[in-house]
Each structure stands twice: as structure tokens, then as C-alpha cells.
Design a protein around this ligand. Structure first.
Ligand code: PLP
Length: 417
């Protein structure tokens, strides 16, 4: 069978496909320790709350009503109005329903936005998406219709006390030419747990405005929900910002609900693309979470339950890792948010893909770090081959057992066993 150019590009085994395969394998093979995926933790209070919401919707017939009807291509009206109200009330943003569109997961939104604002233009010009700080989210890397769609800037790497380090945007090296159509960052960042500082965001916003291009902030882990942020980061939005949010990390990855908050021109474009590609986004997630958006319970749940849960888990995992791997070459990115720890093994004697394979053979799944550098063309950059990502938010016994396997392998590699 012959596949088109599109078919060849989108049917290959991308990094994100490997990740989702492993996630599935981890869920089906009973003895695998799954510290690889981006699945949110099963937090009992959150599950109990959602269960109670679902029961209520079943009782009132609202659930059946939601799934027995198509929503419009912009997404469920009642949910969009409630969310606009919540964002205006909580954050003071001038956001109305015309600023919000829903998609089937934010992954779908990235695909629309990356191809809406970059790629080939009618007059023959080509534009790219710029990631000002690599490493960046693995899921962006293959979401473009054409090749060479992304460009990224290496970070300023600063070692901190206590075996930690932090990435900063290297504004001196950052070049934003006329061939850039969109600047994109995740905040907090998957894979590193970095949270761009307020100054960095303001600076990026300024650059984007000067260039007349939007700044996309992927807020999948951010404020006001699920608010998995452990630093004092100011929420940021204006009419040049495209903020992507999601119900996934709140505990609902299965409903596939992404949210785009942007100026009405972008929202109308997303709505029209949604109509062509999907007819309408799914209605389950918006129906299930409508009451918590209206009541503001989603903020309480995020601040009182979700954030403290993840923060405690992150601190615990850092302590276990540092105890198990007491090497000067071992650095952990300062955990400032999201579900992951980003581990850097300086001068690692093997490629992180090989490390991933060795760990997988011993029943531990992590994600090798080299996938997280979309847009970086420097094949010889050692740092990009020395890191792995670990999901710290899985059951304690799994995290401890996983760290034991990792420590054994790493200590042997550095000749310390
Ligand atoms: N953005 C980031 C930074 C993520 O880590 C993820 C999922 O892991 C997503 C977006 C995808 O979210 P969704 O489930 O809404 O497609």
C-alpha cells in the first residue's frame, strides 16, 4: 500500500507514540513499574468528588442529555460561559465566551494552532514555531503537517544548591526572526517541572508583541486549575496570549477536553477547524465539570487537594533519589510544578535511550530525555542525551522500587557499585 506524504509523516512511530505504547504496556503488564507516562495520580479525594458529580448527573438525566446531543463546534455553551465567569472572577481577566473554544484534548489544540500560525503561507513564505526554552513537551514535536516546523533555543543551565539545577531562557541567544509565526512554552513545563519566571513571561510577551505574533502558554498543569505549581508564578493572559488549558491533569485525561483561551479571531479559527475535523468536541468532560466551574469548587479542589498532594510527592521523591544516588554528577531540576522529575546525569557514559532500554529490561519504565528537544538541531549536544523524565506521582511503593532499580543501574554505570 502506498501512503501519501501526510500518511508517511503521521503513521511513523513518533516519540509520543512510543510513550503512549509504553503507558499502555505499563498498564497491562502487571509487574512493570510505570514511571514513564503523564497520567495524573489517582487522588482519592478527587476521585470521590468526581464520582459524586457523575452520580448526580446520572440521577438528574443531565449526563444522558449531554451524550445524546452534539455540542456546537466551539464546545458546550454553558461550560464556556461558566469558565469565562470563573477566569474573570478569579484572575480578573477580561474574558468572555468569545475568548474560549474547547477541543478534544489540548493535544488537538496544539495541532490546530501550530498549523494555523506556522507552515506555508499563500505568498510562499514559510514560518516556524519557536520553543524559546528546550527541553520542551514531547507531544509538540510531531504535531506539524510539514517537516522543519520547529526551532528551539538551548537553555541557560544554572546549578543550584542541594544537587538541584534550573533552566532559564537564554535571551542573549534567543533569535526571533521574521520566519517565526508563534512562540510556544509550557508553564509548568513537561518534562522538567520548570516554571518560567514572571520576568521571563513578560519578556517573551514583549518579544511576541514586537514581532506581531502570538505567545502560546500551555497551562495544562497551571493556574487556576489543576494548579500544580509550587512557586509564586503570576497567571498571565492578554489578547496576544493563547492560553491552552485541559481537564486532564485535574484527573480526567479520559474525557479528552482541552480549552483554548485567546482573542476572538483565534477562537473563531479554532471553532471552524473543529467543525471540519471533529464536527464538535466531546461533551462528557464539560457536562461533568460544569457544576464545579459554576460553583468554583474546582479552585478549592486544586488548591486544597491537588497541589498539596503533588508537592508532597515531589519532595519525597527528590529525597529518596538523592539518598539512593549520591553522585556529584547527578542533578535534579528544581521541582516547581507538573508531575515529573527531570534527572540529569552529567557525563553519562551511555545515551539516555540505552539507559531507558536497560531500565525497561528490569521492569522500570521512564522516558528517555532526548525526545524532549523538538527543534534543537545540534546532534552533538551532550546534555540532550544525559537526562530522563520520571513521573513521581505514582504509588509510593512503585516510586521506591523504581528508584532502587535506577540507582543500581546508575551506580554501576559510574563504577560505584
Ligand atoms: N501539555 C502538556 C505540557 C502535557 O504534559 C500534556 C499531557 O501530558 C498535555 C498538554 C496534553 O494534555 P491533553 O490531555 O489535554 O491533550
Amino acid at each position: 500500500m502506498e501512503f501519501s506524504t501526510f500518511g508517511q509523516k503521521f503513521s511513523r512511530h513518533a516519540g509520543i507514540t512510543q510513550l503512549m505504547d509504553d503507558l499502555n504496556q505499563g498498564l497491562t503488564a502487571p509487574n512493570t513499574i510505570m514511571l514513564g507516562g503523564g497520567n495524573p495520580a489517582a487522588i482519592p479525594e478527587v476521585l470521590a468528588y468526581l464520582d459524586q458529580q457523575a452520580q448526580q448527573l446520572l440521577k438528574t438525566g443531565e449526563l444522558l442529555k449531554a451524550i445524546a446531543n452534539y455540542d456546537g463546534p466551539q464546545g458546550k455553551d454553558t461550560f464556556i460561559r461558566a469558565l469565562a465567569g470563573l477566569l474573570s472572577r478569579e484572575l480578573g481577566w477580561p474574558v468572555g465566551p468569545e475568548h474560549i473554544a474547547l477541543t478534544n484534548g489540548s493535544q488537538t489544540a496544539f495541532f490546530y494552532l501550530f498549523n494555523l500560525l506556522a507552515g506555508e503561507f499563500a505568498d510562499g513564505r514559510k514560518k516556524k514555531v519557536l520553543f524559546p526554552l528546550a527541553p520542551e513537551y514531547i507531544g509538540y514535536g510531531d504535531s506539524a503537517l510539514d517537516e522543519n516546523h520547529f526551532v528551539a533555543c538551548k537553555p541557560d543551565i544554572r546549578k543550584l544548591d542541594d544537587g538541584l539545577f534550573k533552566y532559564y531562557v537564554d535571551f542573549e541567544q534567543l533569535e526571533v526572526g521574521d520566519d517565526i509565526g508563534l512562540i510556544c512554552v509550557s508553564r509548568p513545563t513537561n518534562p522538567t517541572g520548570n516554571v518560567l519566571t514572571d520576568e521571563e513571561i513578560v519578556h517573551l510577551d514583549q518579544i511576541a508583541r514586537d514581532k506581531g505574533i502570538p505567545l502560546l502558554i500551555d497551562n495544562a498543569y497551571g493556574t487556576p486549575f489543576p494548579n500544580i505549581i509550587f512557586t509564586d508564578a503570576r497567571p498571565f493572559w492578554n489578547d496576544n496570549t493563547i492560553l491552552c488549558m485541559s481537564l486532564s491533569k485535574l484527573g480526567l485525561p479520559g474525557v479528552r477536553c482541552g480549552i483554548v483561551v485567546a482573542n476572538p479571531t483565534i477562537i473563531q479559527a479554532i471553532t471552524n477547524i473543529s467543525g471540519i475535523v471533529n464536527l464538535a468536541p466531546g461533551s462528557m468532560g464539560p457536562a461533568l465539570t460544569l457544576p464545579m466551574m459554576e460553583s468554583g469548587d474546582v479552585i478549592e479542589l486544586s488548591n486544597q487537594v491537588i497541589r498539596p498532594f503533588y508537592q508532597a510527592k515531589a519532595q519525597q521523591a527528590v529525597a529518596w533519589l538523592q539518598e539512593a544516588i549520591p553522585l556529584p554528577q547527578f542533578h535534579i531540576h528544581k521541582p516547581e510544578g507538573a508531575l515529573f522529575l527531570w534527572l540529569w546525569f552529567e557525563d553519562l557514559p551511555i545515551h539516555c535511550q540505552e539507559l531507558y532500554q536497560r531500565l525497561k529490561q528490569q521492569g522500570l519504565l521512564v522516558v528517555p530525555g532526548h525526545y524532549f528537544f523538538p527543534g534543537i538541531e545540534d546532534e552533538d549536544w551532550a546534555h540532550s542525551k544525559q537526562c530522563i523524565r520520571l513521573n513521581y506521582a505514582q504509588p509510593e511503593a512503585d516510586v521506591q522500587a523504581g528508584i532502587a532499580i535506577l540507582a543500581r543501574e546508575i551506580l554501576a554505570l559510574y563504577g560505584q557499585s
